[in-house]
Design a protein around this ligand. Sequence first.
Ligand SMILES: [Fe+2]
Ligand SMILES: [Fe+2]
Length: 152
Amino acid sequence: MTTMTDQQAADAIRAHHGQMAAALRGLVADLEAAVRTQRDHRAAHDGLLAYLRDELLPHAIAEEGTLYRAADAGPAAMLVQAMRDEHVDLIEKVDAFDGVTDALEALALARVILALFYSHLHKENDLLVPALQADASVSLAELLGGMHELLG
Ligand SMILES: [Fe+2]
Ligand SMILES: [Fe+2]
């Protein structure tokens, strides 16, 4: 951990994002399978909800306090402002998903969350992380200091 370079930190952030996207995709697929075969969808709903609450939202909070804060004073300030808004949007969708009981509505919301998350990840991986790597005043490795929520 102490010997991690900024490039390794950037790679770890992207790898962790990839794992999260795959986990989310799998859980949404489980929900879709339950709905399509008209099985009780509650277990799949609960599984997806638990992942969103226990993994995705803590990840968002952790990066707001580290990566986003580090970008606030630099050229990516407007980007992170928009990305904080996307976090708020994600939280609202997760709350709505929590409250929905209808299977089709739950699946529709799950797909919205997945699509939002994909486009959000793209900004983090391909815009924000490179912007922070290019900022000489920021060390990604020091900033993250082995944070499990961001590095996996
Ligand atoms: Fe984020
Ligand atoms: Fe992220």
